[in-house]
Design a protein around this ligand. Structure first.
Ligand code: GDP
Length: 297
């Protein structure tokens, strides 16, 4: 919880300072509520969520004197309610449980896969990683480093090898080895949307030949620093192959952590994990109350 709070420091200091400036012994009136709404929109909570939060505060406290502290507490409570339904961990239910990881290049896919592998390994699970972005040599190498560190085998192919073929081989190996979880990295070249879609769909098609229920999860990795652009990425990848949950990265490096609330409100997708740093231990499970409190400082 402490680390999550630290990780959100940039977002929370912006919101908390803003609220402090608005509510210095002032009555809750139209002007202060308007300012608060603007502040929440600036922190990427989204227009609808900001309106809804402000309307709630208006109903409860309009015309009364409120302290910044009370406003922060009220908002943290309401935001926790919005986040509670999406705070669901990724629970492997099949064996092997196939997790396809998608997202644009640079979003933190490789790092998140490494952290997930390490966490599951630490829980005693048998994990295999498939380096499915065969065109990015750097990504394959990075995964190998993460794999070595975590004691997790990494299945890779020749540079430019067919991603679907690699996924097939990896799932075959996962079944033979009795692995609990297979994590498959994928390409993230969004500049060639049609090509990417075809590649991802082929991976899914081929996996289904071995297990009709695979992939059991499709995790979209989203860089929180992109703010509102995250909405578009959810739509694009959702249309391409369907997304079952999100991993939000780089919350430590942004004042845009509020986007998680906006995404929860709009898409209702589970947030499986949040990244608050580059290190192996910097992936947190997502807790609604901690996150909401972290956001409000
Ligand atoms: P990919 O291209 O999607 O595979 O992205 P990478 O996993 O290579 O990550 C891109 C950069 O973001 C790397 O420098 C990572 O160390 C960094 N990164 C990933 N997750 C986080 C995070 O939660 N916090 C911070 N600060 N950096 C991160």
């Amino acid at each position: 919880f402490r680390r999550l709070k630290d990780g959100l420091a940039r977002t929370s200091s912006r919101i908390a300072e803003g609220i402090g400036a608005i509510f210095t012994k002032r009555k809750l009136d139209d002007a202060t509520l308007e300012e608060l709404e603007t502040l929440l929109i600036q922190a990427d909570l989204g227009v609808e969520t900001a309106e809804q939060l402000v309307a709630g505060l208006r109903r409860e406290r309009f015309g009364q004197e409120v302290s910044a502290e009370e406003v922060r507490e009220h908002l943290a409570r309401e935001i926790a309610k919005i986040l509670a339904p999406v705070a669901r961990p990724l629970v492997p239910a099949s064996r092997p449980h196939v997790v396809l990881v998608v997202g644009v290049n640079g979003s933190g896919k490789t790092t998140t896969i490494g952290k997930l592998a390490k966490n599951w390994r630490a829980e005693g699970k048998r994990v295999i990683i498939a380096a499915g972005d065969t065109f990015r040599a750097a990504a394959v190498e990075q995964l190998q480093v993460w794999g070595e560190r975590a004691g997790v085998p990494v299945v890779s192919g020749a540079p430019g090898a067919d991603a679907a073929g690699l996924a097939f081989d990896a799932l075959t190996k996962a079944r033979t080895d009795g692995a609990d979880i297979l994590i498959i990295d994928t390409a993230g070249r969004l500049q060639n949307k049609a090509g990417l879609m075809e590649e991802l769909r082929k991976v899914v098609r081929v996996l289904k030949k071995l297990d009709p229920a695979a992939p059991h999860d499709c995790v979209l990795v989203l860089d929180a620093t992109v703010g509102q652009n995250a909405h578009q990425q959810v739509e694009i990848f959702g249309d391409m192959i369907g997304v079952t949950g999100l991993a939000m990265t780089k919350l430590d490096g942004t004042a845009k952590g509020g986007v998680v609330v906006a995404l929860a409100e709009r898409f209702g997708l589970p947030v499986y994990a949040v990244g608050v740093g580059e290190g192996a231990d910097d992936l947190r499970s997502f807790d609604a109350t901690s996150f909401a409190r972290g956001l409000m400082g």
